[in-house]
Design a protein around this ligand. Structure first.
Ligand code: MN
Length: 320
């Protein structure tokens, strides 16, 4: 059994000004990361995590090495955040999958997810490290209530927010025809699981078309967060030899330079959105995705600048 086609897509969505997700689609390693922190720190954290995972991939020969690689990602973000005051408190969630000898090892921290689509059914392979997931597990919330809970983006575990991190791992014995899907919460919070599997099947399980269809579906439902999807399939050995390699432009990791790269253009018509509420009335440590205070200040500054421009334009019109 071998890895067949694979693709990764990331999209800013319709509400955020920046894309703070990143991904790796470098068979046999696949990962999604989703950063958080003020200003550009979330983007930096996601990129640090993705780079650490990508660089560690060749040395990963088992579950222990997979854990060590995720721990290395944690260490890099943590050390940067304590040495660079502009990045204090940044972090990232990550879900990584490594395929070896037909076995898929999943490493996971946070609320990005891994799914397996097999025989037309979808199974979530990771457990969210989130406030609402804990409340569902303890019976306080129903899964339906959790879907619409105002604190659903509050996470309880992340890379880089502490000097050490606990990494969840599991392995899955792959079967030919399996489709594995990694995604950030910008997909899973917008598109229900049954629609995810329906859209993957509707594209004939073509990873590239499926990933694009899922991003489109999340945007059609509001696109409230950055959306990242990585999909790969497992095929029988004979089948794999007949497959063409995936097109290179869609298999490159989304690892734009974190230093000196120009600001992303703001989407036409997109308005700065306030981040989710930052306070949590619950007895657990939580951290939020999103722009945080820095993003809010930037949004207010942008609105103020637009107001000043409008007044100046009006004044110029009157005095002419
Ligand atoms: Mn997110």
């Amino acid at each position: 059994m071998r890895i067949g086609r694979a693709a990764g897509v990331t999209d800013t969505g319709r509400r955020r000004l920046r894309n703070e997700d990143a991904f790796v689609c470098e068979p046999p390693l696949f990962a999604v990361t989703d950063g958080m922190g003020g200003a550009r720190a979330g983007q930096l954290a996601a990129e640090l995590a993705a780079t650490a995972l990508e660089e560690g991939a060749s040395a990963i020969d088992g579950v222990d090495a997979l854990v060590h690689t995720v721990e290395e990602a944690n260490r890099r973000i943590w050390e940067r955040s304590v040495s660079d005051p502009e990045t204090t408190g940044m972090g990232a969630v990550a879900t990584v999958a490594l395929v070896r000898d037909g076995t898929v090892a999943i490493g996971h921290v946070g609320d990005s997810r891994a799914y397996l689509i097999r025989g037309g059914a979808i199974e979530q392979l990771t457990r969210d490290h989130s406030l609402v997931a804990e409340l569902v597990e303890s019976g306080v919330l129903t899964p339906e209530e959790a879907e619409h809970h105002p604190q659903r983006s509050a996470i309880t575990r992340a890379l880089g927010t502490e000097p050490a991190v606990e990494v969840d791992v599991r392995t899955v014995a792959g079967e030919p025809g399996d489709v594995f899907l990694l995604c950030s919460d910008g997909l899973s919070s917008m598109v229900p699981d049954d629609e995810v599997v329906a859209r993957v099947e509707a594209t004939g399980r073509d990873p590239e078309r499926a990933a694009e269809a899922l991003v489109a579906a999340a945007n059609a439902r509001g696109g409230e967060d950055n959306i990242t999807v990585v999909i790969f399939e497992l095929v029988g050995d004979a089948e794999a030899e007949e497959e063409e390699p995936p097109p290179p432009e869609d298999t490159q990791p989304d690892l734009a330079s974190s230093d000196g790269s120009p600001d992303e253009p703001v989407q036409d018509g997109a308005e700065p959105q306030p981040p989710a509420v930052d306070t949590v009335a619950a007895p657990v440590d939580t951290t939020h995705h999103g722009a945080g205070a820095g993003g809010r200040i930037a949004a207010i500054a942008l609105l103020a600048a637009l107001l000043v421009l409008a007044v100046l334009a009006l004044y110029a019109g009157i005095t002419r």
